[in-house]
Ligand binder design. Sequence first.
Ligand code: XMP
Length: 512
Amino acid sequence: MDEMVAVLDFGSQYAQLIARRIRELGVYCEILGHNISKDELYKMAPAAVVLSGGPASVLEQGHPVMDPRILDIGVPIFGICYGMQLLAVMLGGEVEKGRSGEYGPAGIDVINSKGIFHKLGDSLDVWMSHGDHVKVMPEGFHASASTYNCPAAAMEDNVRKIYGVQFHPEVVHTPKGKEILSNFLFHIAGCGHDWTMDRFIETSVAHLRKSIGNSNVICALSGGVDSSVVAALINRAVGSQMKAIFVDNGLLRNNEVDEIESIFTNDYPLDVHIVDAKEEFLSALAGVVDPERKRKIIGETFIRVFREEALKIKGARFLAQGTLYPDIIESRSAHGGPSSTIKSHHNVGGLPEYLGFELLEPLKELFKDEVRIIGRELGLPKKLLERKPFPGPGLAVRIIGDVTEGNLEVLRNADLIVKEEIRKYGKYDDIWQSFAVLLPVKSVGVMGDERTYANVIALRIVTSLDGMTADWVKLPYEILGKMSSRIINEVKGVNRVVYDISSKPPSTIEWE
Ligand code: XMP
């Protein structure tokens, strides 16, 4: 078992980022709830413990705490922001509300460059986001960095190997943040660099071979990155015992089914069963306009179609799914706190038990960027690994109102133009998603001497890091103009194009 660093999550929006940074440095890392007991943590034998930031204040009643015995766990501890303040009060120091909170960029002066600031110079730019700060450091600690407002911007006890920073080394706005984490992991905690994706592939393939034996595995291939990497990884382990099922629900974009078929026939041959279920989906959706009902119908139809196909495959014992680490963390935190369903996402949850299969989730320890690296190392084509997220219910949630063959045709043609123009613009990689939405309104226009009365297309083009928040892209007017005139001229049934300039929140990325 590889060395592991534990990140205790105190509710920070950055906890996942801390874990990703640590893994990027080549050390395996897991996010754990802040209330884990010392005994449980000890069993996991972490090489170091990191306490995340969080929105609470240690000066308020009921703030999140941790098992105090973890302070004596015997491995280095690093508290970030709230994590540092918690360390301070738990160890007998004092925290006070700052006269003015520090938010945003700040400069710190390094006082001791032997610990986490090893070889990083006398002053550093960092990113602050806090209201409180440590007023009196616990016994045994000294300040290793300070700012004008905050004499203990970082503190350390080199004997017990406990460190704290008031700022966020995990965000890109702290330019030397990775070096600070690196000092903690390698210089202080003595970790090795043994978390690499080729090692992951090697151990995962060995493990899969052992658990699969001579059985067959089936997998729902969507053409997205996660399911493709799952299929490729299992194929690497057991060859053609891996049977992929691709359901053509008729709600995909222009030419998409052919592209996927061609990839898995020519570029990366896999045993894929393509099921043409267009009619089944479209007739189930006829007349349905409510978005959640659309999702429900699509989910149920998918299960029915998939089941029929899966039962045709002899000797299948396992069903593989592309669950990722963030899904696991999110479902865990959803159990621990109030969560509201904003949109019920269509996936194949519950499917394995229903079909009597055993579940295989070979990517469940990985972040998305790691999955892409694995895909690359397995030799999946770039065009597949570059694919942007596309919702399971497909174009059905981009047609506001009734989903018909005619509406799908209009939307597909408009969407293709958006894609082509974004490609030409050259910023495809920086854009999270760009697509067209067909609105159920008709407006008056004039083409030649004719009055028209036709549909409206909305353009949705956003940047985002993880889909949780998003901003609309400030595209140059010429690009917007080109898209608009091409759509109106080339797509029959559209005479008006509008640009969606809403961010998420409060809007969502998809319109339904
Ligand atoms: P929203 O619209 O919630 O979208 O801001 C966030 C991200 O999730 C995708 N999305 C979905 N994906 N099934 C999916 O598999 C769905 O029902 C669904 N709804 C939204 C959306 O494309 C964006 O990337």
